[in-house]
Write a protein that binds this ligand. Sequence first.
Ligand code: ADP
Ligand code: MG
Ligand code: MG
Length: 876
Amino acid sequence: KKWVYLFHEGSAKQKSLLGGKGANLAEMTNAGLPVPHGFTITTEACNQYYQDGKVISDEIIKQMQESLKELEEKTGKQFGNPENPLLVSVRSGAVFSMPGMMDTVLNLGLNDETVAGLAKLTNNPRFAYDSYRRFIQMFGDVVMGVEHYHFEKIIQAKKTQLGVKSDPELTAEDWQDVITKFKAVIFQQTQTVFSESPMEQLLQAVTAVFDSWHNHRAKIYRNIHKIPDHLGTAVNVQLMVFGNMGDDCGTGVAFTRNPSTGENTLYGEFLLNAQGEDVVAGVRTPEPIAQLAEKMPDIFGQFQQISKRLELHYLDMQDIEFTVERGTLYILQTRNGKRTAEAAVKIAVDMVGESLISKEEAILRIDPDQLDQLLHPRLDPDAQLEVVTKGLPASPGAASGEIIFHADDAEKLASKGKAVILVRPETTPEDIHGILAAKGILTSRGGMTSHAAVVARGMGKACICGCEQLKIDLRSKEVKVGGHVFHEGDLITIDGSTGRVIQGKVPLIDPVLSPEFTELLSWADEIRKMKVRTNADNPEDSRKAREFGAEGIGLCRTEHMFMELSRIPIVQKMILAETGDERNEALAELLPMQREDFVGILEAMDGLPVNIRLLDPPLHEFLPNLEELLVELTKLQMTPDADRLEMIRKEALIRKVRALQEFNPMLGHRGCRLGLIYPEIYAMQTQAIFEAAVDCLHRSVPVEIEIMIPLVGHVKELTEMRRLVEQIGSEIETSSGLKIPYTVGTMIEVPRAALTADQIAEEADFFSFGTNDLTQTTFGFSRDDAEGKFLHAYVDNKILPENPFVSIDMDGVGKLIEMGVTLGRGKKSDLKTGICGEHGGEKRSIEFCHKIGLDYVSCSPFRVPLARLSAAQAVI
Ligand code: ADP
Ligand code: MG
Ligand code: MG
């Protein structure tokens, strides 16, 4: 079996075998780009390594040695030869890029002999010994497990001893001294001698890269991004080129377009006289790429050309790593760049405009889950802002929260529901859990391509980097800037779109859709087959949803109208009524209020279908809390001259609340069961709806009404309720002389309804699948208990692939839905079908709805754009 591929033997198609980095290095090599020679050890070799109990097999080693020979021939250098030493980097390369999550070792092949050779060969001892100490440092950290700070401490001590501030001030002799101490600390920490044999170094490094596939941060990253554990990583062994030989050298990272906004300009950073790690590690803040045009105009020109070429080749925005060694440009990596949602949309739409990709391709390139970012609130432009400083706008969006300095603390506080902003000099891959927990990230060092920036953009979090005026003291947990001092727990706001750091909390406003986003969605509308409606129960949400492209209301929950503070007493009066007359009195008071609500909504929707669900939740939800009532009663009883009448009223209320309490309210007296026992409630609601319709029609506002009866499990429940609705309908049509366009249907949300959908269809004009309740009743889970208590364990232990309240359980709940559609349409071919559970705004569920042929999905206003896009993706 072939375990090792020279770069020229591979291609971009072999990502799963060679890893993303290896496949692209191969592709670029074959396209004739200046890529240093090298070879890739496959992901299969990694998996074999684990299968063999963490041993690299002899066969794999043999193939590595053969490839190394070829590398020596190609470069004219030899591993371990002091006259002309071959030095390589050993680079991890997973199938899906995991920036900074796994390990890389540079300058491998150096030892006490080859370093002297390198010094002589380059006539630059300082460079040689600096490279050597970097190698020992990385090797010690990555391969031998000696923590970074041991090495930093030694360097720091050396600088203090010499009274110098920065690394470049250290001479070759200084570094030699540091190197001796490095080796000593490695031995002291590991009881193992640092190996001087290049081949031994190589084997150890490859082992370490294989091992890093299972390190903590890589696992967390895979979890977040849903990357399977079994893929394994490839390892790339590549001839070193040096960006740290002097001022005609340098290294950098660039995106072919702006990864934050999507703007079509080369965007990146570089450092003169530096090795690659310095840029990505965010230790030094690099210069913007435009500066390269001044400092190395030739190189800049070449680089511009190459980046255009790469973009054309891959037909996507590229993230390119490069190094300049003594005036020669080398490309070390390219990949499809990670980007914010804003950039993703702009780039996709622009590329259609540039005839690079099709509209369908553009639609497929946007992850609907990422769109959330575009619909997040933004800073109110009219707000008074106390801007304390500015940094690099690394990832857009606004976030307010408490300042926190350590990733662990961020995680802790966030788990208690606190909004936190992680503030650090720089972030490292070890901080990933803190970044995940924080609302936003603020760093004082590092550029737009630093670790914090890349990871934050990937997660859609607001991030500001390189905010150099911040003086962060991690020990005393405070940060000084200008005249301000902030402590842990103080509130700040960061605006990742402009780089502004703002004191305190800032008011946020609703987002608007960008022109590109609007265009992309209009393409989606041409393609999709399903309609997209919204769940809304007031005029304002209805209008918002229409702005986002909703084509009707799929669920108007009337109980929300009952919950309004000023109405609660009247609703309570209705519930507590002892006689029919009393109840009717309260209902008569509610009637005009409901009518007004419906008028507002019907006006906002202007003739689009509006699906109104009659009262659904158990009545006790509208009553005061029993425990509180008991406390109040006790207080009254202990007051000597308490009002007798009030006490009696309280006792009556308590009796009623007790009587309405249920053992299992989710399965209790709710839905159409209310309408059947208290028809006057549904009658009032129906009357309000029809009167609102008449009011609109009189003013030439068109209406289309769907009245929905909830929680039907037996067709007779629907028959009864339908008769009630139609009776009121015909009364009002007669009295107004108008024909009201309305239909009557039901929610399918208990298994019996799906199982008997053919019978129910006889009485229904439409079905709307209430997948929240249907999931509860199909699994027999109570959602509130399940999500808090055991569902997480179910998902973690892979008993369920996913939380079924988030993404439809296709095998079970999905089967019921499909059965409902088939049985229903079998009886009534023009039966309208839709979904109104929260699943209606989730991409995989939407795809499922398309597959089984639903007419529409309905979701909350802010998810409408996502649903439009997902519905189109389902077609393509
Ligand atoms: P990551 O996947 O974390 O980005 P890389 O393998 O890309 O790690 O290595 C990090 C950096 O090390 C690169 O950006 C590059 O600057 C530097 N580097 C890697 N290999 C070489 C090489 N052969 N010559 C010079 N620099 C290299
Ligand atoms: Mg890289
Ligand atoms: Mg329900």
